[in-house]
Design a protein around this ligand. Structure first.
Ligand SMILES: Nc1ncnc2c1ncn2[C@@H]1O[C@H](COP(=O)(O)OP(=O)(O)O)[C@@H](O)[C@H]1O
Ligand SMILES: [Mg+2]
Length: 224
């Protein structure tokens, strides 16, 4: 089956459960926004899927392949073909925007000429061509965010995982984010990809209605 599946996944840190018996199926092309209060396990869910941590119990599948099961990671993060935008962005401070984008392509053995082309394409897509040679500290927060998104997209991931920072004007921000990402992803590559957006707490019901109008599913983690 094409998609992402969590089957009764649990993860504890030092004996304290962070995610308990979590199940979710995301089909190809589907977008999901995970909501819940601070500390309810949203980041843990993303890190489990990305392969940075291992579930104590349960199964995680990507496109029909078991990638983690009952305390064992069966696929390393780099084998999972997922793109991650971390909440703190985690750009490499010593590398330029271009260097940040090139890193993953190099690791995948992409040729120098192809790397150059792909980097130029994604910089243009994100409207950050001008900043190709700037280091993260020389960029605004928004520009850094675009470099982080570009870095995830350039590897043409099966799914885009975004750990999104809390914003005051929720509904406007969520709607805009989802729309922009949809547009960017479509321009950059054609296939309908999985998308998985992560969100924090305290959305009003009208905000959720608007996210749903944008064709994204909403799930609650923990108590709403
Ligand atoms: N590396 C860690 N070590 C110990 N506890 C952690 C670690 N990461 C997260 N936790 C705990 O697990 C719970 C879920 O955290 P997290 O997934 O970051 O929640 P959220 O992203 O929803 O705010 C919290 O209680 C948090 O303190
Ligand atoms: Mg978090």
């Amino acid at each position: 089956m094409n998609g992402i599946v969590f089957k009764s996944v649990s993860k504890s840190y030092n004996g304290r459960p962070a995610v308990r018996d979590f199940s979710l199926t995301i089909s190809r092309g589907e977008r999901i926004v995970v909501l819940g209060h601070s500390g309810c396990g949203k980041t843990t869910v993303l890190r489990l899927l990305a392969g940075f941590i291992t579930p104590d119990k349960g199964i995680i599948e990507i496109d029909g392949q078991v990638v983690a099961k009952d305390g064992k990671n069966l696929k390393e993060p780099e084998e999972r073909q997922l793109g991650m935008v971390f909440q703190d962005l985690a750009l490499w401070p010593h590398l330029t925007a271009k260097g940040n984008l090139e890193f993953g392509l190099k690791a995948q053995g992409v040729s120098a000429s192809k790397r150059k082309q792909e980097i130029a394409d994604v910089l243009r897509l994100m409207h950050i061509e001008k900043y190709a040679n700037a280091k993260p500290s020389q960029l605004s927060g928004g520009q850094q965010q675009r470099v982080a998104l570009a870095r995830a997209l350039i590897l043409k991931p099966k799914a885009l995982l975004m750990d999104v920072r809390y914003k005051k004007n929720w509904s406007w921000y969520v709607t805009r984010l989802i729309k922009n990402i949809q547009k960017s992803v479509r321009q950059f590559y054609d296939i309908r990809k999985l998308r998985f957006l992560l969100y924090a707490s305290r959305l009003e019901s009208q905000d959720i209605t608007r996210i749903k109008q944008d064709d994204a599913g909403v799930i609650w983690l923990g108590k709403s």
